[in-house]
Ligand binder design. Sequence first.
Ligand code: 5GP
Ligand code: MG
Length: 188
Amino acid sequence: MPSPRRVRAFPELESVLISETAIRRRVRRLGREIMAAYGDEPITVIAIINGAILFTADLLREIDNPVRLDCIRISSYRNATKSSGRPRVVQALTLDIKDRHVLLLDDILDTGRTLSLVSQLILKKRPASLRVCVLLDKKGRREVPFDADYVGFSIPNKFVVGYGLDFAERYRNLPCIGVLKPERQVLG
Ligand code: 5GP
Ligand code: MG
C-alpha cells in the first residue's frame, strides 16, 4: 500500500523563498527555453559543483538534445555566508569543448566572480558558443559585471540554502530554497 504523502516542515528555515513546486515549474520552462535556443544541436553542459548538482540533474531531464556533461569544482566559500572573493579551480574540466556548444550551469549568481572566472576559462578553449544559466540571481550583489543568459529566479540579497545550496555543507538536500534561521548560521 502506498504510504501517505509526507508533509514536510522545515524547522531549520526562517522562511521558504521558493517552494519545491515553483522550482519544478520554472526548471521545466527553462528546459523549454534552452531547447528552443539550441534547436537540434548537441550541448555540452558544464555544471559548477557542488552547488549546481540538483539543478543540473533536474534541468537535464527537461532537455531532449544530445547532451554531454562535465563538472568543474570551484571553491570560494570558507564554510561561511561570505565569499572569500577569490574563487579558484579545485577540479578541472575533463571533456574537450573546442567547437562545442557549451551551456554553463550554476546554482546562484552573486558577486559574479565565479561565473566570470569559469566563463573566461571556457572561452579560452574556443567553444562554438557559450551560454550561462543560473537558477538564482542576486542582482544587487555584483562586484564584477556579469549577466546570465537564463535566470530561474531573481532573489533579494539574503543567504539562502536548499536545492543544492549549502551552509557549511549542510541543507543541500532541502527540496525548496529558503533562508536559514539566524541561530543555524553558526559553525560547529
Ligand atoms: P559569486 O562568485 O557569484 O559571488 O558566488 C557564486 C557562488 O557563491 C555560488 O556558486 C554559491 O556557491 C555561492 N553563493 C552565493 N550566494 C549564496 C547563497 O546565498 N547561499 C549559498 N549557499 N551559496 C551562495
Ligand atoms: Mg557554488
